[in-house]
Design a protein around this ligand. Sequence first.
Ligand code: AMP
Length: 251
Amino acid sequence: MKILVAVKRVVDYAVKIRLKPDKSGVETSNVKMSMNPFCEIALEEALRIKESGRASEVVAVSVGQAQCTDTLRTGLAMGADRAIHVEYPGTLYPLSVAKIFKALVDAERPALLLLGKQAIDDDCNQTGQMIAGLLKWPQATFASKVVLDEGNKVATVDREVDGGLETLSLDLPAVITTDLRLNQPRYATLPNIMKAKSKVIKKLTPLDLNVEIRSDLEVVQVTEPPKRQAGVILSSVDQLIDRLKNESRVI
Ligand code: AMP
């Protein structure tokens, strides 16, 4: 069984986001970039499935600028067998990425496609769902546990929903998007980082996959949220109730 994993290059989670002076988007030049944390979890899950003997190959895929190869090298150092980079220098929205993945799935024929539940840069939480829609595959989003049956025919997935946990049973092939509590991703060791340097990253363009990048969305402006006012420390519960009643008028 082959597993395809989507790994997106995003601004590192520890970096304080700055906006471009012209408010056209988030500043990414001279900023530390890393693999999206939810994609690390998706890759870790794929590697664990392979290590349990259930999968024969894990393929990491990234779509975007030339520097996505750094993200793919990290994926290879974590343990992915192969990597595919679909290079596109411009802005990408989830539907375009989903169309690229649909074309890749048609070519690679994996039994499982794993993605992060969302990318921490655009917070869209759309790509996995759109791919499942385009492929007409079953999907389980926000997975916190994934169990495959003996014959790799069915995946049982616990997913985190508002009221608690929901358990779904999906026929493979399927799309699964990963939540934070699914696993703790491994660090790439130095020997594996060195070995990953010699692994091949296959290069494609959207055109090679017959995908035209076009968007019906235009970002008009990106602005910071208004600054929060400083809080006050009150001396008693009575004072708090009084403020909530008479000042904020929320009770
Ligand atoms: P989003 O819908 O943008 O929040 O992204 C959800 C997930 O889709 C991410 O965690 C990735 O697994 C995948 N994804 C989105 N964009 C890309 C991309 N450009 N390259 C690879 N994977 C992506």
